[in-house]
Design a protein around this ligand. Structure first.
Ligand code: CTP
Length: 397
């Protein structure tokens, strides 16, 4: 209930993404908020006032000059009532109007009169977003302390691909709660490992695996949304991390272990997502091994340290979560690892299924603790990450 007793004023403007505003309202209410809605006339072309009235449980506000409304909840009352104002979706036109302080609509007048924190989730064609006028307006509003959430990149209603999509409702809600330091992981420091490790044989050859790092980066992103301070210790991957994440890049399992142990001195939670190489070469050649010098190579491998097990045994007060990539008897094998490594929770997935294994964008997992096993059906990795962290936050708070 991160918005318990909070008054949220949602402004809905005319864009295809207006259909998502019902979900935004539902999620705010689920977290304890009272939600009132202002709609522009063009918003009503995309979603009906009746729908948003039914979901919010309050009458829709749409008119600046309405004697009935002014006597009950007029624009000044609305402005004072709101703790948070979110405009989602927010069109280029509305962004321009806000920039110029126009008060010829209920939305414009309320924004001028309110001291609430203002969030904008833009939604428009990518060229409209990237146009100089919109970009200048955006920078002006940032300077005034308005927070922008998105736009997200991706395929747009018009078929273009680029920045302009409204962010997903669950991400909007999480980012607003984290900005009030009220997310489920507020005041927690979390260290996450991601990606593969590389175990060098010589300066140009190494042993590694197919891990893309997507699950670990999604966990780190979701932890930022949930208000945590995040260290992400990553093996070599082709992914960008959110700028709020403290990203530490490593190569080998030894380097990963060193960084993890350092970060754990100030962390409350460890999540081991990395596909750490179980073995490393006993002998790393300083120079490139030349094929004409030898007819075969005998590579002697020795075990790497188990980072996850070491964290669990050294940092007993930390909440320690492992991942188990299995190909058979997934839940039972994962449970064995939970017990043998002395973990608080393990997340298992079946890497024999290509759609959810290494490098896939989706995952399907079981969250396993000593007493529970919960199945999360196939979904985007970022959504799975949010569910894992929500579940975990209930255990630690
Ligand atoms: N892990 C780790 N350090 C290692 C090996 C694994 O921290 N040297 C962590 C992984 O990040 C993951 C968990 O341990 O969270 C499970 O790793 P996995 O490879 O599935 O299992 P193993 O314990 O290595 O056992 P096996 O490969 O035999 O299944």
């Amino acid at each position: 209930m991160y918005f318990r007793n909070k008054n949220i004023l949602l402004g809905v403007t005319g864009g295809v993404a207006a259909y998502k505003s019902a979900e935004v309202i539902r999620l705010f209410k689920k977290q304890g908020a009272d939600v009132r809605v202002i709609m522009t006339e063009s918003a009503k072309e995309f979603i009906t006032p009746l729908t948003l009235q039914a979901v919010s449980g309050n009458e829709i506000h749409d008119s600046l000059l309405d004697t009935k409304a002014e006597s009950a909840m007029g624009h000044i009352e609305l402005a004072k009532w709101a703790d948070i104002i979110l405009i989602a979706p927010c069109t280029a036109e509305t962004i321009a109007k806000i920039t110029h302080g126009r008060a010829d609509s209920l939305m414009g007048a309320v924004l001028l009169a309110s001291n609430a924190d203002i969030f904008i989730a833009p939604a428009m064609n990518m060229n409209m977003w990237l146009d100089d006028s919109t970009q200048n307006n955006y920078k002006t509003l940032l300077k005034r302390g308005i927070t922008f959430i998105g736009p997200a990149e991706g395929e747009q209603a018009c078929g273009d691909i680029g920045p302009g999509r409204m962010e997903e409702p669950d991400k909007i809600i999480n980012l607003i709660s984290s900005s009030f330091n009220s997310g489920p992981l507020a005041n927690k420091t979390i260290t996450v490992t991601a990606g593969p490790t590389r175990e060098q044989l010589d300066p140009v050859r190494f042993i590694s695996n197919n891990s893309s790092g997507k699950m670990g980066y999604s966990i780190a992103e979701a932890a930022i949304e949930a208000g945590a301070i995040v260290n992400l210790i990553s093996g070599p991957v082709a992914l960008n991390a959110n700028s709020k994440i403290n990203l530490i890049k490593v190569n080998s399992a030894n380097e990963m272990q060193e960084s993890v142990m350092d970060c754990m001195k100030t962390s409350d939670i460890f999540i081991g997502c990395a596909a750490v190489s179980d073995f490393k070469s006993s002998d790393i050649s300083d120079t490139k091994i030349k094929k004409e010098d030898i007819s075969k190579i005998d590579i002697q491998l020795e075990k790497n340290e188990d980072i996850l097990a070491n964290v669990a045994s050294k940092y007993k007060s930390a909440y320690v979560v492992g991942f188990a990539a299995e190909t058979s008897d997934v839940v039972n094998n994962a449970k064995k690892k939970l017990i043998s490594k002395n973990l608080d929770m393990i997340v298992s997935n079946d890497v024999s299924d290509k759609a959810i294994g290494f490098d896939a964008d989706e995952n399907e997992v079981n969250i396993i603790t000593k007493n529970e096993s919960i199945f999360l059906k196939r979904d985007k990795k970022i959504r799975i990450a949010r569910e894992i962290l929500n579940f975990m936050s209930l255990k630690i708070n």
